[in-house]
Design a protein around this ligand. Sequence first.
Ligand SMILES: C[S@@+](CC[C@H](N)C(=O)[O-])C[C@H]1O[C@@H](n2cnc3c(N)ncnc32)[C@H](O)[C@@H]1O
Length: 352
Amino acid sequence: MLSTSENGLNARLLLASMQTALDSARESMDTIRDMLATGGGSGEPDEAALAAAIRSVPRWHFAMLNDLERSDAYAVALERVLPPNAHVLDIGSGTGLLAMMVARAGAASVTTCEQNPMLAEVTRQIVAKHGLSDVITVVAKRSVDLVVGVDMPRRADLIVSEIVDCGLIGEGVLPTVEHAREHLLAPGGVLLPESGRVFGALLDSVAVDRLNRVQFAGGFDVGLLNGLATRGHFPVRLNTWPHRVLSPTAELCSFDFARGSAADGSAEVELHAAEDGVAHGMVVWFEMSLGGGIVLRNSPDNLASHWMQAFVPFVEPIELSAGDRVEMLFSWQNCRLSVSKINVSTTMKGMQ
Ligand SMILES: C[S@@+](CC[C@H](N)C(=O)[O-])C[C@H]1O[C@@H](n2cnc3c(N)ncnc32)[C@H](O)[C@@H]1O
């Protein structure tokens, strides 16, 4: 049993919150299942069904599709690395954008899979609208459930995906790509993207910290909520919040999608405060190499990217002086980035 401490949550509260989330997910799934079972009927969907459909599609799809840098990067990289006569697997259709780009680039055939049945149907209709149904087959399945010879004619010569979040690993790219490369990629086949690197710097920002920490509201102590604060990374558009970056940038970890491990891991990292301040966490971003020399990044200076930066919170803010060395364990586990075991070595001012 969890104990009730000042900032802790008792087990009853925790169970209640989990039950609420479960009930809401069940309600959405039931409505979606009913719609699918009846084939959607012949008329307009009723309001409840439409609301469930809308809830099942994350809003970021719109911003993502409006990100011209992302679209151009994928289009150019695909044209550069697509082998001749290729059978291509696109993991995570969304609206079928990458599958259609591959078809336009000259692929012999494309299988595109999508875990969200609503989006799989949207993809089917968009592909048909562009007269590409002969080349592109849409499968409403998670990639890990695909069966070669049933869902796709043979292993793919190229597998393309864009299943990364602001912190690179949050949408499950590591386990998904590892499974795909072992079970769905032909020998010598190409993976796009091919690798990713994650960077970070110490961040002083009361405003960003307040997105995930609270104590008093309206004269009441509501600090119990901090037991539900996010431990892992979450998106922030850094330039919209008052902040100071306290350290130079450091590379935190890197992933080789073609050969590397998808296992959870951690690395000891060291950052140096360049000025006095309070570190509330790290601002983190990625560089993703698609292949063919094309790189996408969501660094704080790239205001055009739809990917925000990631904020990795510290459990408690840390007061720092210029020259202090901050050592910590940076972890990538269960699709989230986090830090622990933070140790600060103080150097005397001016003695760096
Ligand atoms: C970031 S969106 C990209 C959509 C599209 N590929 C594009 O670039 O416009 C990722 C999509 O992949 C789907 N997805 C994520 N992991 C998947 C998996 N393992 N198998 C099938 N679909 C997946 C999500 O539901 C989402 O629609």
